[in-house]
Ligand binder design. Structure first.
Ligand code: NAD
Length: 483
């Protein structure tokens, strides 16, 4: 498969290169093999991308919502037709198993383009009757948006930002993570093929300095970042200086609470999905698994047995369901936390080591006897490390679950419907699940509270973050004045 793109950047409807930019190598995490050689954006490239997006604004916002929506829906169809090819590319760039990327990455990107492609024609303002006078609101695009992505869901993140932005009539410059630069370029290609006017969606490559140049440019009206909390603080501060709109999708340390009356196998499945999918590199993972004492022994027994069934290996083999970490750095961070867990007194249930395969593989790891103060229970690891904590009562566990700076997600397993809703009402988290975990359909808003973020992606809620209302008062009466 051809993994080397035509050029590093996609600007104004075409591939663009500037070899004077620092080189950016993309590797297949399973083997370390180089799969693409690109260049970071120079000042000339970022200027070209911002100018192209700026110049494309007028034409794109002048089109009707139906016209814009048709292009997005056509792009969704192309993505679905090319799902296999895009999934293989995503697997090679991220190391995530093909078993996952075939159903979760390009497919969810297509769902997003289809959803906002359908919403575009229905975007309206309101009519407000004011006695004899009236007012109306016009829903306008924000203007030029910058999207900045993380490396765990590169194509999905690009779609989650581009689709609502474009549906509302904005243009975008998108910078994928430097770890996973490839599939955002494919999205740009596909949108162009679907009929998107040149310059409406542009992709530039690079590290944080390129992101920072984009965020601080005065032509930019909105910044949407998916990344860590420390990066979020910097980007939010830079955007605030320019009074720009923001969406911040940041990290988490989410609780998953399992009561004694939970369905045992479902709860174990949720804990596995919420910790080991994508080798644990998911922002909303329920990495603090609070298990009520009555069910704890049975839970740990089933969890250990099932976790040890993980098929670890070549992510391109569809039988593999657990792949490598994305990078040496992420592997080292994860192994460092495992060491801290052991040193701080937690008990290893399973895993705990780099995998015998070598490379960037690590065993799915479960700790029990974890206490609230331990580093593995407080800090985001972004690797396959589950912390099991025990609890007695509902009030106690809810207070402990909320005792964190993060607030991205939370889940509860119980067969008591009243308790489930009561616990969810008490969660300090933006996205919650009852008797399931980590499902993020496009129809449901997604995002965090506290340090985990600002704003929401997906669903109708995203429209509010990519458009603004102009209010128009229409006077139909004579105008009176004091003098
Ligand atoms: P990161 O914060 O290191 O980088 C994210 C992006 O920001 C990259 O593209 C990077 O180049 C860019 N960047 C870095 N410094 C910048 C700056 N000063 N100005 C502008 N851009 C800058 O995050 P990561 O390691 O790529 O991803 C992992 C993190 O992302 C985790 O914390 C995870 O929880 C979070 N995440 C959140 C969500 C969500 O939806 N809430 C989804 C996926 C990942």
């Amino acid at each position: 498969m051809q993994t080397q793109p035509t050029a590093s950047h996609f600007i104004g409807g075409t591939y663009v290169e500037d070899t004077s930019g620092a080189s950016l190598i993309s590797t297949f995490p399973a083997t370390g093999a180089e799969i693409a050689k690109l260049h970071c954006a120079t000042d000339t490239i970022t200027e070209q991308a911002l100018s192209a997006a700026d110049a494309a604004r007028a034409q794109w916002r002048a089109m009707t919502g139906s016209e814009r929506g048709r292009i997005l829906r056509r792009a969704a169809e192309i993505i679905r037709e090319r799902n296999h090819e895009l999934s293989v590319l995503e697997t090679m760039d991220t190391g995530k198993p093909l078993q996952e990327t075939l159903i979760a990455d390009a497919a969810s990107g297509a769902d997003c383009l289809e959803y906002f492609g359908s919403v575009a024609a229905g975007l309206t303002g309101d009519h407000i009757q004011l006695g004899a006078d009236f007012a109306y609101t016009i829903r306008e695009p924000l203007g030029l948006c910058v999207g900045i992505g993380a490396w765990n869901y590169p194509l999905q993140i690009a779609c989650w930002k581009a689709a609502p932005a474009l549906a509302c009539g904005n243009t975008m410059v998108f910078k994928p993570s430097e770890m996973t630069p490839l599939t955002a370029l494919k999205l740009a290609e596909i949108l162009t093929e679907a009929g998107l006017p040149d310059g409406v969606f542009n992709v530039v490559q690079g590290l944080g300095d390129v992101g920072s140049r984009l965020v601080t440019d005065p032509r930019v009206d909105k910044v949407s970042l998916t990344g860590s909390v420390p990066t979020g603080r910097k980007v939010y501060a830079a955007a605030a200086t320019g009074m720009k709109h923001v969406t911040m999708e940041l990290g988490g340390k989410s609780p998953l609470i399992i009561f004694d009356d939970a369905h045992l196998e479902d709860a174990v499945s949720a804990a596995i999905n919420g910790n080991f999918y994508s080798s644990g590199q998911i922002c909303s993972n329920g990495t603090r698994v609070f298990v009520q004492k009555g069910i704890l022994p049975a839970f740990l027994e089933r969890l250990k047995a099932r976790t040890e069934n993980a098929v670890i290996g070549d992510p391109l083999d569809e039988a593999t369901n657990f792949g490598p970490m994305v990078s040496q750095n992420q592997l080292d961070i994860t192994l460092g936390y495992i060491e801290k867990g052991v040193n701080e007194g937690a008990t290893l249930v399973t895993g705990g080591k780099a995998h015998a395969n070598g490379g960037l593989f690590i065993e799915p790891t479960v700790f029990t006897d974890v206490t609230d103060e331990m580093s593995i229970a407080r800090e985001e690891i972004f690797g396959p490390v589950m912390s099991v904590l025990s609890f007695d009562s509902e009030d106690e566990v809810l207070a402990r679950a909320n005792d964190t700076e993060f607030g991205l997600a939370a889940g509860v397993f119980t067969s008591d419907l009243t308790r489930a809703h009561r616990v969810v009402a008490g969660f300090e988290a933006g996205t919650c699940w009852i008797n399931t975990y980590n499902l993020t359909p496009i129809e449901m808003p997604f995002g965090g509270v506290k340090a985990s973020g600002v704003g929401r992606e997906n669903a109708q809620a995203a429209i509010e973050h990519y458009s603004q209302l102009k209010s128009v008062y229409v006077g139909l009466s004579r105008v009176e004045a004091a003098f």
